[in-house]
Design a protein around this ligand. Structure first.
Ligand code: MG
Length: 344
């Protein structure tokens, strides 16, 4: 099995700010695996707080080539070996896992959601994310997003409640907020009361990543449902937070691919928690991969590709938050494979 990579600079429609930082572009690494004429594609997103950055990801992917299986169906063994050898690189492992799944889908002729035993059903709704900004800029972005019925507002700036009040005046959309670990406990309690009064549906990661006890205490106050994101990376993290939150945000980049993301969803449900499938800023390769698991999740936040102005890929059909899963084999990407040269 051969591997090649392509680094892609994704330019954002608007500079995107969260409590972790601000950026106007995001670099990702797309992986192409090839065997006997079948090509599988996967993507490694960048993530600052997880220390996943493109130049290092690209080097690690080259080192992973020697561990690729001779048979793409050997997913479990391959991903276990890669996790043992490269525990610090979930984004790169995610790219390999996705490309192997794409190949398996092509070999069986099945779209990945069918391979996982899921029904596409009706169009499913994702939220659309509004980054941290001035009240005026947030109002402009909300106006641009007026056709979306679910908005996720990034908080953790200086004007959190003013921003949500301004948004609420402009729209009846379902509002979710994400503090990205920026609040202190007393601040979180106060802000969550104000957000509950504004009809916010839930708050994501109000407190620091390691503050499980703080989240447990906050949950016991019953102000708003709490979703944990930064605190939870893999299925192993979930049982320990079952009494500290109501839901967890599952992302392929954190999990290291579709297989572990699938395990995370099962673990969360077994612990009585709801699941949101989330994402980093990414191209349609990774967002489409995530979307194939979407029938398993209660909430979707798969808009990473919608924030990108120069997404070179097409897969998932997304119109104002209504997502339709593609029916082609594997990921079901359109025109993605191109005349890539794998020959030595
Ligand atoms: Mg989040």
């Amino acid at each position: 099995m051969k591997l090649r990579t392509e680094t892609l600079k994704l330019i954002l429609h608007h500079p995107f700010e969260t409590a972790h930082g601000r950026s106007s572009s995001q670099t990702c690494v797309v992986v192409f695996l090839e065997q006997e004429g079948i090509i599988g594609i996967g993507e490694a997103a960048s993530c600052t707080y997880l220390n996943q950055c493109a130049p290092e990801t690209e080097k690690v992917l080259a080192r992973m080539e020697e561990y690729l299986p001779t048979d793409a169906f050997e997913l479990e063994d391959t991903m276990r070996i890669l996790e043992d050898r490269f525990p610090e690189f979930p984004a790169a492992r995610c790219a390999i896992d996705t490309a192997l799944h794409d190949m398996v889908g092509k070999r069986t002729g099945l779209p990945l959601y069918r391979y996982f035993g899921l029904s596409a059903g009706e169009a499913r709704k994702t939220s659309f994310t509004i980054g941290i900004d001035t009240v005026e800029m947030v109002e402009k972005k909300v106006d641009e997003a007026r056709n979306y019925s679910i908005l996720k507002i990034k908080l953790g700036g200086k004007n959190d409640i003013d921003v949500v009040k301004a948004v609420r005046k402009l729209t009846d959309a379902t509002l979710r907020v994400d503090a990205n670990a920026a609040w202190k406990p007393a601040e979180a309690e106060k802000k969550m009361k104000a957000l509950a009064d504004l009809g916010v549906e839930f708050v994501e990661q109000p407190l620091a990543r390691a503050d499980i006890a703080g989240h447990r205490k906050l949950k016991s106050k019953g102000i708003l449902p709490i979703m944990l994101d930064e605190t939870v990376q893999t299925s192993r993290d979930i049982p320990g937070v079952a009494d500290a939150c109501d839901a967890v945000n599952v992302k392929l980049t954190k999990a290291g691919g579709l297989r572990e993301a699938h395990r995370m969803i099962a673990t969360a449900h077994a612990c009585g928690l709801s699941v949101m499938l989330g994402c980093m800023v990414a191209s349609s390769v990774k967002i489409t991969a995530s979307a194939h698991l979407s029938p398993l999740a209660e909430y979707l936040d798969l808009d990473g590709n919608l924030l990108v102005a120069n997404d070179p890929y097409r897969g998932l059909i997304s119109a104002f938050g209504e997502m339709l899963l593609p029916d082609g084999p594997g990921l079901g990407l359109v025109d993605a494979y191109g005349p890539h040269d794998f020959h030595d």
